[in-house]
Design a protein around this ligand. Structure first.
Ligand code: ATP
Length: 299
């Protein structure tokens, strides 16, 4: 079903638990309230209040913590189009003018639809991953080609546009908020800033449950697997690293059930193969968190 940008509704079948997001309840509520709630108000209310919709959001925090996941799931919840995902380094192009052209293209579909349908246009969510790649740190001499500057300027032009494009929400993502050009972060631009941090123990427990669920429902997760203990032992793991842990544990289960030699020979009992708690414990030796560890060491 089509969802007009300024008059979206929440899908009736929406359930937060189905979104596959572990932890992040507060972050999700903040993002929803600040960036999306005005869009599901009855028509005219937002106009009566004289406040334009938020058109830019910045999600920042360590890699693999669910920034893209949250953005996509909110889009689904509103039945918006599949977000367009673009990536800072990919936008940069050595040919003069090409980078600005790449940014222009990002907005082209939404602009075209807004011209045709105005407020009846669908909501277009544009995810700009690794936004820091196009920003130069203040006072730094790196990135001397100036290509990044022209990309930032083009983004500002689009966000400030002569016409209000009510059907666009730009979601910038970065691991380095300090690198983002301040001009981009001002009101009317990427004005809502939400930090997505590494999950706490409760969050990790939920993420572990989500990413072992398929094993569980298919009878491939052994009864001795203690999710609580694994959550306690995965301090500083991001969601992405927890997926890495589950994969590594599964590989130990495959290994236990496979004899190698020329070609892998699969023994008869493969039908009963399950990932056991010991597989997870072994996997903990292989998968280590990339972030948060050094701060930890200082404590
Ligand atoms: P990056 O900064 O590297 O772009 P990101 O924060 O956007 O990372 P995602 O791409 O959303 O991270 O997540 C990476 C993977 O980890 C996805 O498969 C996602 O499902 C999983 N994941 C991360 N965080 C969570 C979470 N809180 N709950 C469930 N899954 C998660």
């Amino acid at each position: 079903a089509r969802r007009p940008a300024a008059n979206a509704i929440i899908r009736p079948d929406f359930k937060f638990e189905d979104m596959g997001i572990g932890g992040l309840d507060d972050e999700f509520s903040t993002i929803f309230r600040r960036a999306f709630l005005s869009r599901i108000m009855p028509p005219g209310i937002v106009e009566q209040m004289g406040l334009p919709h938020v058109k830019g959001l910045l999600l920042f925090g360590p890699p693999g913590t669910g920034k893209t996941l949250i953005a996509r799931q909110i889009g689904k919840m509103l039945n918006a189009r599949e977000p367009k995902i673009i990536n800072g380094p990919e936008i940069l192009n050595k040919f003069v003018g090409q980078s600005e052209e790449n940014v222009r293209k990002m907005f082209a579909d939404a602009e075209k639809e807004y011209k045709e349908k105005g407020e009846e246009s669908e909501l277009h969510i544009i995810i700009f991953d690794e936004l820091d790649a196009v920003c130069k740190q203040r006072g730094s001499s790196s990135g001397g080609t100036g290509v990044g500057d022209s990309v930032v300027n083009q983004l500002l032009t689009k966000l400030d546009g002569v016409e209000q494009l009510n059907n666009i929400l730009l979601i910038g993502m970065t691991n380095r908020k300090d690198m983002i050009d301040e001009a981009l972060l001002r009101p009317g631009r990427l004005e809502v800033h939400v930090e997505i941090s590494l999950p706490d123990e409760h969050g990790r427990q939920q993420i572990l449950k989500i990413h072992t669920n398929k094993l569980r429902v298919n009878g491939r997760l052994a009864g001795d697997v203690n999710i609580g203990e694994l959550a306690a032992k995965t301090k500083n793991f991001s969601g992405a690293e927890i997926i890495g842990l589950v994969k590594a544990a599964a590989s130990y289960a495959f290994g236990r059930n496979t004899k190698m030699g020329g070609m892998a020979v699969v023994p008869d009992n493969i039908q009963d193969m399950q990932v056991e708690h010991a597989d997870f414990l072994r996997a903990l030796d292989d998968v280590k968190p990339a972030f948060g560890v050094s701060e930890e060491a200082l404590v």
